[in-house]
Design a protein around this ligand. Structure first.
Ligand SMILES: O=C(O)CCC(=O)C(=O)O
Length: 270
């Protein structure tokens, strides 16, 4: 399995704002991640639900009609749209802390820089359901610096038909068009100007494939028109020194005081 990125992959990332890295782990890991997220949704996991934010999917595909994003389990169903704070789940944490992701962070933020995770989220488009996600860049104006990278892992095959992420290659070079997606997405006018259909590509991936995204690359996603769920795990890594405008910080995943899994045994064996 690949342990570091090639110069060609970094060049592609710099040019296009994303690069598909392919499979970075084996079927056992993929199976464990798939099983774990289904168990979490179905209320069967031994995780601390009070630390995990869970949002039910909309029933009509409309972003504004998705359920509230709040802590705790909301019923045994696979129809969740988003599950956040997965760094507090030992299986997902172990995956996030794999050496290749540390290598990526070192290259982007510098060797020796402690790294925290702004968010570690499951993004789901349940079969024949899903919610339209408007065009946006991943940035937030309550932080004192911008997180720069997101690792997106496909837990199912992702295609145009089942709601694969849509991207505008190179759009990260335009800088910050929408000031913060904490306060909204790109406007219709911005999307028309910057996200033309002819420039758009789908992040079509096999189950288990990983893509590295620049946080400023413009992206969106549609509903799922197939019987195949589109489950994905998205982790935004940033400098641990990042502070919110209220002085808050985020859980460290690499470096001093990094979160630890239950312990001795590897839960996701590769
Ligand atoms: O998975 C999706 O549909 C959207 C992903 C996204 O917006 C992200 O990972 O930041």
């Amino acid at each position: 399995m690949q342990e570091i990125l090639t110069e060609q992959q970094w060049q592609e990332f710099d040019e296009r704002g994303f690069v598909v890295l392919g499979r970075l782990f084996d079927d056992k890991t993929l199976g464990a991640l798939q099983q774990r997220i289904d168990d979490i949704m179905l209320g069967k996991a031994d995780c601390d639900y009070d630390r995990i934010m869970m949002q039910l999917d909309s029933t009509d595909g409309s972003y504004t009609n998705a359920g509230p994003q709040s802590y705790g389990h909301k019923g045994a169903t696979l129809d969740y749209r988003k599950i956040q704070q997965l760094e507090y789940d030992p299986i997902y944490l172990e995956y996030m802390q794999r050496p290749i992701f540390k290598h990526i962070c070192e290259r982007v933020y510098g060797v020796g820089t402690d790294i925290s995770c702004f968010r570690a989220m499951f993004f789901n488009k349940p079969a024949r359901k899903g919610t339209y996600l408007p065009w946006h860049q991943d940035r937030w104006n309550n932080l004192d610096r911008d997180p720069l990278i997101t690792v997106w892992t496909a837990l199912d095959p992702c295609s145009e038909a089942n709601g694969a992420v849509k991207l505008i290659p190179g759009s990260h070079k335009k800088g910050c068009v929408n000031p913060s997606h904490g306060s909204g997405f790109m406007t219709e006018e911005q999307a028309q100007e910057h996200c033309r259909p002819e420039d758009m590509v789908y992040l079509e991936l096999e189950a288990g494939e990983v893509a590295l995204l620049h946080n400023w690359v413009m992206h969106s996603s549609d509903i799922n028109r197939t019987d195949i769920p589109r489950r994905g795990f998205s982790v935004c890594y940033m400098e641990a020194a990042t502070r919110t405008n209220r002085g808050g910080s985020y859980p460290v995943v690499f470096g001093e005081d990094a979160l630890v899994t239950y312990g001795e045994e590897s839960l996701v064996d590769s």
